[in-house]
Design a protein around this ligand. Structure first.
Ligand code: ZN
Length: 438
């Protein structure tokens, strides 16, 4: 018998963490963080996981690795199984999360964080198969962000596959997600279970138009997530430079210390690139657009206030919840010559969402500002598989049971209906801490 327990599966509780119990040993897949209003759930006792000997990590997003130092705080000393890129990028992500934590009520100490990175780690490669006792597992490319993987397990002939987060096809840098082999049970993400994305190439065209129509007379601010989106934007600008359409005097400023650190990791793992990015990497730095400036200090960042046009500023945070993007926004927001371009998801309750929803006045750091700059919302940059891609991926696995995790309730329900309609009779939507046995 194989038993599954879900420590972050249901609805808006988005931190992904799942336990698998085999006869001889248990293992975890991911250790994601609960965010926003679900933050207190991180404090649920994790002591029952202290003796689990293995933790497989699918990728370095906080909702897949954020609870790792908490596990360590609760006594976990198991071995990490992951791609080296995930582990190295994950260190920057967790350090950043530690510094952003509520100082008066920290979930874990600096010591817990440091101890996390002295855990033993086994690095795995996409396309390879490994064994731990009677457990065989194959690692495949999830095509979501650099280093992202999904795992196909075979325990004495019983096969089950964890999707992690699956990528959106035709994105630059990363490969398209690989398809799974046939299996009995699929535990799949369902983030975009209810909708399809706009085609990526159309979104790149929209981005081009927004930037090219603004820079002759103004500046562009793009709030971007530090992992993948920021690097992807640089890659796209470099593509335009190679095509000969990027004017010589235009500048790009990467104003995010976290994104800069992660950028240096991207250059270490060309084996994770798709064919196009790899080809480019062999002859150039595919992220180094002409006149790229990577700011180090806040003072360097503030110098940009005096520049009035011809600059694209890529800065965090991605939803304008803090970071250097806010400071640029304050200087640009009331001037109609400038533009603000959203290329990422804006969650409810964030300043980013308020502006996307059309607010004409916003409150920032103690006063109201008029939203006079031009606002663009470009939706096709998602790093997630959309509904059609999720269905295609699950079809390739043709499982007898599908377990949907990691989506909001509406998305999970909608994907379940679609799966039922395609003949999948056994689709489960586990609740938090629910157990399933096969
Ligand atoms: Zn992710």
């Amino acid at each position: 018998m194989v038993k599954f327990k879900f420590y972050g599966a249901a609805g808006t509780v988005t931190g992904s963490m799942h336990r698998v119990d085999l006869k001889e040993f248990s293992f975890l897949v991911d250790a994601g963080y609960f965010q926003g209003t679900f933050y207190p759930l991180n404090e649920e006792p994790l002591k029952e996981l202290r003796d689990v000997p293995y933790l497989f990590l699918t990728h370095a997003h906080l909702d897949h690795i954020g609870r790792l130092p908490l596990l360590v705080k609760n006594g976990f000393r198991g071995q990490i199984v992951t791609h080296r890129a995930t582990w190295e990028i994950g260190r920057y992500i967790l350090e950043d999360a530690y510094h952003l934590m509520d100082e008066d009520n920290p979930l874990y100490s600096l010591e817990d964080l440091q101890r996390t990175f002295s855990l033993p780690a086994k690095f795995v490669q996409c396309g390879e198969t490994y064994h731990i006792g009677d457990l065989k597992f194959t690692v495949k490319d999830a095509g979501h962000i650099l280093g992202s993987a999904f795992y196909e397990y075979d325990y004495r002939g019983f096969r089950f596959t964890f999707s992690g987060d699956l990528g959106n096809k035709n994105k630059p840098i990363v490969r398209d997600p690989q398809l799974p082999s046939p299996t009995s049970v699929v535990i799949s993400e369902s983030t975009y279970g209810n909708r399809d994305h706009r085609p990526f190439h159309k979104s790149v065209e929209e981005l081009k138009e927004a930037i090219f129509s603004t820079l002759p007379h103004g500046k562009v601010l793009i709030p971007a997530f530090a992992l993948e989106r920021a690097q992807e934007l640089l890659y796209i600008f470099k593509t335009w430079e190679n095509e000969g359409i990027w004017p010589e005097n235009w500048k790009v400023v990467l104003d995010s210390p976290l994104a800069s650190k992660i950028l240096s990791e991207f250059l270490k793992f060309p084996e994770c690139y798709d064919a196009e990015a790899y080809r480019r990497f062999q002859r150039e730095n595919p992220f180094k657009v002409r006149n790229l400036r990577i700011t180090r200090t806040k003072a360097e960042s503030k110098q940009l206030n005096s520049v009035s046009k011809g600059v694209v500023i890529v800065a965090g945070s991605g939803m304008l919840t803090g970071g250097r993007a806010i400071h640029h926004l304050k200087h640009m927001i009331e001037d109609p010559r400038h533009a603000l371009i959203f290329v990422g998801y804006q969650a409810k309750g964030t300043l980013g969402r308020e502006i996307v929803d059309g607010a004409d006045k916003v409150w920032i750091h103690g006063r109201f500002y008029d939203v006079n700059l031009k606002v663009y919302t470009i939706n096709g940059f998602s790093s997630h598989a959309d509904r059609s891609e999720l269905l295609e991926w699950i079809d390739a696995a043709s499982p007898s049971t599908v377990v949907l995790v990691h989506g909001e309730e509406e998305e999970r329900e909608s994907l379940r209906e679609a799966l039922n309609g395609r003949g999948y009779g056994d689709v489960r939507l586990p609740e938090l801490y629910q157990e399933l046995a096969f």
